[in-house]
Design a binder for this molecule. Sequence first.
Ligand code: BDR
Ligand code: CA
Length: 310
Amino acid sequence: PTPVILDCDPGHDDAVAILLAGAHPTIDLRAVTTVAGNQTLEKTTLNARRVCTVAGLDVPVAAGCDQPLAGELETAGDIHGDSGLDGPSFGTPTVPLDPRHAVDLMHELLAEAEQPLTLVGVGPLTNLATLLRRYPEDRERIERIAIMGGSTERGNRTPYAEFNIFTDPEAASEVLHSGVPTVWHGLNVTHQATATPEVLTRISELGTPLAGICVELLTFFREAYREAFGFDAPPVHDPVAIAHLIDPEAVSCAFVPMRIELDGTHTRGATVVDLASRTGWEPNAQVGLELDHARFWDHILAAVGALEPG
Ligand code: BDR
Ligand code: CA
């Protein structure tokens, strides 16, 4: 299995990413680390512990950065609610908080690993950029960094910027230019990852308490997306990055030139992806293009069905 550290800001779709990474036999989930994004660090960390608890996942959970590298955090309560994970009611989590800072935990896990680790970032990239700043020697211990962020088209936080990149553009740019191979799954592909009524029925038919929680999460998420964006079915962004690691054929990708806009008057945080080779820039990033919707949800269904708290 691929050894993975999942850095996230749960977040409804982050929660599904944790379940997929925690359950799939081709992934060896070594830690879940949290960052401020969809909600404050305190809330995203509590939510990560909640998700691991209801899923019966025994992995270290550590909290990282509580603010982006530059600027002030603007959370996404309009999409994820006041708790960051509105919908189901959770009991007190039993999965403990690891006392280490997320960046130090990542560094220690990289140092002790028998092979390079894959890092997955599905929130603002503040923790990953901080790791690469603080421990540049760790770059050679990272197999690659898989990211949910950006878009080859338009944004969702602003007309041209996607939420994770908009929240910390400097971090995203540092990760992009770090020299570590990166793969970016943006809105152009994650908007294909819709939780349709058929998907919700299939999850519900699993009949387990965890499946019930998933349905409640996705139902809240559906209503939030309906209200904010007029979507019929919500796009479950973050597990796309995990699904691509599990099953490369589930997400087709291209290796293309990419930059992050840091200074634009109205476009800060936009990902500038040169799909048509207009710039003459060297290709530097792998970018997700097409999702196989059926394969994607089959993997998630299998994962949710396999998990039960011990
Ligand atoms: C991204 O922003 C967050 O709200 C989601 O969890 C996802 O990571 C989508 O733009
Ligand atoms: Ca997220």
